[in-house]
Structures are given as C-alpha cells and as structure tokens.
Design a protein around this ligand. Structure first.
Ligand code: ZN
Length: 166
C-alpha cells in the first residue's frame, strides 16, 4: 500500500469519533514501516490489550477501522484461522476483533466481528516475511495468490463495516 502520514492515518478512521481518532496511539517504530510489503496497516494499542487498528486502502481511499479485541469464549467460527490471511495459529496468537459499524449503525451498537492474527501481521505472513509460531498446512499457492486472497478478505470486511444499514 502507499505510505501514509500520521495525519492521513488519523483522518482515515470511519467507525469512531473524531476525538478518538485524534487521540489514538499510532504504530510504534513508525519510520520502520515497510509500506510496499503491506496490504493494510494493522497495530495494537500497546497500553491496553483491548483495542486494535486497521487502515486499509478501500475504493482508492485509506480507510481506518477501530477494532475492540473481544473475548474468545462463546463465539463460533474458525477460531484457529485468520479470516484475512488464512494463517492458522494457536489460540494465544489469534483474537476475536470486533469493529463497530460506521455511522448510525455503530452508534446503535451494531458490530462486525472476526478472528484475526493477534499481531495483525497478515501481510507479512502471506509474503512469508514473518513465520507463524505454528506449522502451517501444506500450501501450493503462490505469493500473488495469497496476497490477492488477503486483499479480497480484507475488502469484504471493510465493506461489511462501512455498508449502510439495511
Ligand atoms: Zn492474519
């Protein structure tokens, strides 16, 4: 993805208040971010385990999403596989992340939840720039296919969070 300035990142958030976007912690080691290797920028609020952030290119614009890191218990779904990059993890490396929907839907408590890599390093996993702790099922796909799949899954998620209610 194209590099973004801190101001562009803060301006990109669609599912939180302007005040929260202004105050949210930016990624640490900002200058070390390798933008060309990323399909989205994802980071955690290191001061507390409860919040994560994703900024993804969406219809030509950077689109930022606040995610609340949820309780794993009591939710269905494929808890060991990241919904974005399909990397399998042990449960400690995987989190349920819940995005308030944009606009009125989110203010009314409407959310979209999904299981994602706890470190949000999906872009690096699909490019084999970072190795997951767990041995992965045999894959014969190319990097291009894995990147395209990640982008598709990411797009689908952003679409669900930003879609108008109804
Ligand atoms: Zn992932």
């Amino acid at each position: 993805m194209q590099s973004l300035t801190p101001d562009e990142i803060r301006a990109s958030f669609v599912n939180c208040s302007k005040g929260e976007a202004k105050r949210l912690p930016l990624p640490t080691a900002y200058d070390a971010i390798r933008w060309p290797d990323l399909d989205f920028l994802g980071w955690r609020d290191l001061a507390g385990p409860g919040t994560a952030y994703v900024v993804a290119p969406w219809r030509g614009e950077p689109t930022g999403l606040v995610l609340r890191v949820g309780n794993r218990a009591g939710h269905g779904g494929r808890k060991n596989m990241c919904a974005f990059c399909l990397t399998t993890h042990s449960s400690s490396d995987m989190d349920l992340m819940v995005a308030p929907r944009a606009g009125a839907a989110g203010r009314n408590g409407n959310t979209v939840g999904t299981y994602l890599c706890a470190d949000l390093a999906c872009s690096l996993y699909v490019r084999k720039l970072k190795r997951p702790a767990r041995v992965q099922p045999e894959e014969t796909t190319t990097t291009e296919v894995r990147v395209a799949r990640l982008q598709e899954n990411l797009d689908a998620f952003v679409r669900r969070v930003t879609a108008p209610t109804g």
